[in-house]
Design a protein around this ligand. Structure first.
Ligand SMILES: Cc1ncc(COP(=O)(O)O)c(C=O)c1O
Length: 443
């Protein structure tokens, strides 16, 4: 017999007598520590309770007087869920569409074994925005690079003629493609890999931003290499931008050696870097592209692989699939996430506001040249890096920024990433810039 009592909504939501609205930040942490896996280390003493507008979170923090369970404060969202909320929290275009869909259209879920009328809409919108021939929907971001790996191998055997089970996929060092076994097998991060082996064979690593190393590997093993999977700009590695000619050279080398050029745009796509997709900044066209995060507008998990017709066509019924990949609600959400990107000119705003934010980083660097090593970014995928010196600590900066009402988080010990919603205004960007200046001054 089931034995959990659940009633109420919002703060009145009560599980076995515990009302969510009564919990202090410390009590939230205690429940997460005792009942949840410890695979994240969230910022201390802050719990998001709602969003106020596209870039503002309402957060609960400990009451300094110690009387109430918490106080509530506004927090400018400088990360927007690692680029999942490019369109801004509760983007009206997307929310209206989702509500209308559930209330009026009434078709939330059907399996892929029967057609639904929104798949056609999703495929038309997704191929149009990506300028690719075909799209395969998935759910989580990690599933998209995972599918690129499978497509690469099958294309390698069936089209390129690589001997069975000998296909090689090349990846870049310091990559981040998610947490599946392919992704961690491809990872060079010891923390992501420790004791998760044995890893997938057939993966080779070259340094990022080093086309010569890629060429040398292609010359040595090109006959067996199916694809090179790379982020156009490395996000999790700390917003690492390659040289201008890196991607054009990579694209050329891949073409020359009959290797698929596959970009993972899960984080860089959907306007984030100032173009609809970051590879467009470099004037190249990949054979396959992985998208996720903002593909669902921060409302639904949506990911997909877009690519060349002849590559996607190696899939056959039964060889791939996903219960919720492209189900009606996800399909509609993604269509309107794409509409918001286009109608609200989000890539253009990312370019303008990103330049403004980089301007702030530069003036802080000029003012504190002994503390700030550099500011970098493209569009609104940005980061500033401090020197590796005592007292200059990314986590400490994140906590200090939190006190001044900005949510940002370190990516590495000395690097802090800022990637706010692409709907952010100049005033919001200036607020971030001013807060960084104050925090760095007091370090
Ligand atoms: C480039 C890239 N690929 C894949 C992923 C994995 O996405 P998800 O966490 O939604 O599975 C991420 C997440 O940050 C990413 O940045």
């Amino acid at each position: 017999m089931s034995s959990v009592s659940i009633h109420g909504y919002g703060d009145d939501l009560t599980i076995d007598g515990v009302r969510i609205g009564d919990l202090s930040p410390a009590e939230h942490e205690a429940i997460e520590l005792s009942k949840g896996g410890q695979n994240y280390a969230p910022l201390e003493d802050v719990v998001v309770s709602s969003v106020q507008d596209s870039s503002t979170l309402i957060c609960r923090k400990p009451d300094p007087e110690g009387i109430k369970a918490y106080i509530e404060e506004e927090l400018l969202d400088g990360l927007c869920c690692y680029s999942a909320v490019n369109q801004g929290q509760l983007n009206k275009t997307i929310v209206d569409a989702v509500i209308a869909h559930l209330r009026d259209e009434k078709i939330p879920t059907v399996p892929r074994s029967i057609r639904h009328k929104y798949m056609a809409a999703f495929l038309m919108a997704a191929t149009a925005i990506t300028k690719m021939d075909k799209v395969v929907p998935k759910v989580a971001g990690v599933e998209a690079p995972e599918l690129m790996a499978k497509l690469s191998r099958r294309w390698g055997y069936r089209v390129k003629g690589i001997p069975a089970n000998e296909a090689i996929i090349v990846v870049a060092a310091e990559n981040f493609h998610g947490r599946s076994l392919f992704a961690v097998s491809a990872s060079t991060d010891p923390t992501a890999k420790a004791d998760f082996g044995p890893f997938l064979p057939g993966i080779e690593v070259v340094p990022f931003n080093d086309a010569d190393a890629l060429e040398a590997l292609f010359l040595e093993k090109g006959d067996k290499i199916a694809s090179f999977i790379v982020e156009p700009i490395q996000g999790e590695a700390g917003v690492i931008l390659p040289l201008e000619n890196y991607h054009p050279r990579v694209a050329e080398l891949c073409k020359k050696h009959n290797v698929l050029y596959c970009v993972d745009e899960v984080q860089t796509g959907f306007g984030r870097t100032g173009a609809d997709f970051a590879h467009q900044l470099y004037g190249v066209k990949p054979d396959l592209m992985a998208c996720g995060k903002a593909a669902g507008g921060g409302i639904m998990p949506v990911s997909f692989v877009a690519g060349r017709r002849d590559v996607i066509d190696v899939l056959t019924p039964g060889s791939e699939g996903s219960t919720f990949g492209g189900f009606p609600l996800a399909a509609v959400t993604s269509v309107f996430a794409i509409k918001a990107l286009v109608d609200e000119k989000l890539a253009e705003n990312a370019r303008l506001m990103g330049d403004r934010l980089l301007g702030h980083f530069e003036s802080v660097r000029v003012e504190f040249p002994d503390k700030i090593k550099e500011g970098r970014g493209s569009g609104l995928l940005t980061a500033f890096e401090m020197f590796d010196k005592p007292g200059l600590d990314g986590h400490k900066v994140s906590l200090k920024l939190l006190e001044s009402g900005i949510y940002a988080k370190e990516t590495h010990k000395t690097t802090v990433r800022l990637a706010p919603a692409l709907t952010i205004t100049a005033a919001g960007v200036d607020h971030i810039g001013d807060s960084i200046r104050k925090v760095i001054k007091n370090l």
